[in-house]
Design a binder for this molecule. Structure first.
Ligand SMILES: Nc1ncnc2c1ncn2[C@@H]1O[C@H](COP(=O)(O)OP(=O)(O)O)[C@@H](O)[C@H]1O
Ligand SMILES: [Mg+2]
Length: 290
């Protein structure tokens, strides 16, 4: 596409796109895992705003992970296209795309080595102060200070819990200050401090950039600016928590299942939202989410 004339776009959007434009777009995307198989997602249209939190929910097998795989370009669409800042993926290299994204996978995705190695894994040039900042963000600064070897503690050490490893994975992603943070929330029960730290990091990051979560926790879902409900490879509804509670029966069932899952774990919805869906009737069989 032609480059804009120098100086000819005063007042127009900056090169990276304007605040109003989507940072990431899927346009009519259909994709799957090989010939002879049913597509895993079909006709997906989704615009992810430059700032804010988009949460994807849906029963197991709905296509949520496939959606993230497409965004990360682990998978190519069979139909339709993706775009970053309005530029189609086919015009961009894999590194150009990945440099703008950070992905926090489910379940403790860490590399062998020390805490420092893990943080620097995808940001080798980060300075000590940057490391401190992200450790504070995920509420691990004091913990790391308390370790004899500090940042040079082996991550395999029993001194580092599963929840702390999860937070290190998140700290690594935050260190890159990604335009789009993609987070597949852990399905496993995490300790309360880890849950709170992850929750707060999503909020903070969503003020500066785009956050897309595959949400497995009610508190994460309720907090999102936009919730996308997937079922059988399609987006069946989208909106805010209140809008979807009023409009979408599957969403109501999913929320109820998450509510049951979080009951008694100490990880209930934030107080400000607690009253909103309280009148929802329990479905016969709670939907599994995965
Ligand atoms: N690697 C794969 N190979 C073949 N089929 C897959 C693969 N990953 C996912 N699928 C299929 O694609 C569909 C969507 O799966 P997925 O995106 O993982 O859903 P979700 O994350 O919502 O549980 C399912 O039917 C699943 O069986
Ligand atoms: Mg999944």
């Amino acid at each position: 596409m032609p480059a804009p004339a120098p100086g000819g776009r005063a007042g127009g959007p900056p090169p990276g796109g304007s605040d109003g434009a989507a940072v990431l777009e899927l346009r009519g995307v259909t994709a799957g895992y090989g010939p002879g198989r049913e597509p895993a997602v079909r006709g997906i249209d989704l615009a992810v705003p430059r700032r804010g939190h988009t949460a994807v929910v849906g029963p197991s097998g709905a296509g949520k992970t496939t959606l993230l795989s497409l965004v990360l370009r682990f998978l190519e669409p069979q139909e339709g296209e993706l775009a970053l800042d309005g530029r189609p993926y086919r015009e961009l290299s894999h590194p150009a795309i990945r440099s703008r994204l950070a992905y926090v996978e489910q379940d403790t995705p860490v590399v062998p080595g020390t805490i420092r190695d893990n943080l620097l894994f995808s940001s080798p040039d980060a300075g000590e102060e940057d490391l401190r900042r992200v450790l504070r963000d995920v509420r691990l600064a004091e913990k790391v200070d308390s370790l004899d070897d500090g940042l040079d503690t082996e991550l395999s050490s029993t001194a580092v819990s599963g929840g702390e490893r999860q937070r290190i994975a998140l700290a690594r992603a935050l260190l890159r200050e990604p335009d789009v943070l993609l987070l597949d929330e852990a399905t496993a029960q995490l300790d309360a401090l880890t849950e709170a730290a992850v929750h707060e990091c999503i909020r903070t990051r969503a003020r500066a950039g785009a956050v897309v979560t595959i949400a497995h926790r009610l508190s994460t879902v309720i907090d999102a600016d936009t919730i996308v409900v997937m079922e059988s490879g399609r987006i069946r509804a989208r909106g805010t928590h209140e809008e979807l509670l009023a409009a979408d029966v599957l969403y109501r069932d999913l929320v109820e299942a998450l509510r049951i899952a979080s009951a008694g774990s100490g990880a209930a919805a934030p107080a400000g939202h607690a009253a909103a869906p309280a009148t929802v009737a329990a479905p016969g069989a709670p939907q599994r989410t995965g």
